[in-house]
Design a protein around this ligand. Sequence first.
Ligand code: NAD
Length: 261
Amino acid sequence: MTQRFNGKVALITGAASGIGAATARLFASEGALCVLADISEDGAKALAAELGDSAMAIACDVSKQSDVDAMVQAAVDRHGRIDILFNNAGIGSFGTSVELTAEAWETVIAVDLHSVFYACHAAIPHMPRGSAIVNTASISGLGGDYRFAAYNAAKGAVVNYTRALAVDHARDGIRVNALCPGLVDTPITAGFHDIPGLKEDWTRRIPMGRAAQPEEMAHVAAFLASEAASYVTGSIIVADGGATAHTGQPEIAQFADSPTE
Ligand SMILES: NC(=O)c1ccc[n+]([C@@H]2O[C@H](COP(=O)([O-])OP(=O)(O)OC[C@H]3O[C@@H](n4cnc5c(N)ncnc54)[C@H](O)[C@@H]3O)[C@@H](O)[C@H]2O)c1
């Protein structure tokens, strides 16, 4: 197996579950020294135990700057530098701008957006030339969804902040890109499966007709973090089974056999 990340120090937030955990497993399988940060200390520790001595777990609430500073310091104390920063921790939200409380709005913006600034602010001084940052945004950062107002705002900001980071730090030899997943089968979306008919309607709207597995996102994050992406920076990489390629207009052939007659 190729070892794209041999000896590379990878700091991953939201590492205990879903996309973060799948990415940590892939990075570690290719030689990375993984620093696994999550608000779930037990989850991060369990994954670190699975990955072995090269991995370490850190309890961190990414919405708190002091926690993020401590997370970066712990990684630097152990390894002396950070080669890959995967800003992946995130939470969803539900509600229109009238329904959302200010507190709910501020929580989503803090966890999904402020966290990325805090981590970049603290980590970039410890990132050598050739390093890479990958931010998990979402296709919800590229358009609006019904009742996802705060999430749409946070992820949209992560998309453009990624471009700003890429421009500011290109001359430092640090590449910065965003991953925009569509629907991925992880605990964050598991609750949707309990709503009758929702999963079927959702997957029907995806040209590939299914949700992604977290490992499919890990492979995209790994490409962006790897040397193979050495000239890729400021890019917003969509991995959504074709969801945003579609205009949303109906499939005419479902209603008429010969639509041009
Ligand atoms: N699953 C999807 O369909 C989907 C689609 C687009 C984008 N995303 C994004 O992917 C990222 C990962 O989500 P996932 O689908 O793997 O979900 P997940 O719930 O499986 O994983 C998220 C992880 O983040 C951690 N976390 C939550 N709040 C935190 C905080 N304040 N500090 C530190 N850690 C915290 C959780 O404990 C969890 O381990 C998120 O940014 C999410 O918005 C997910």
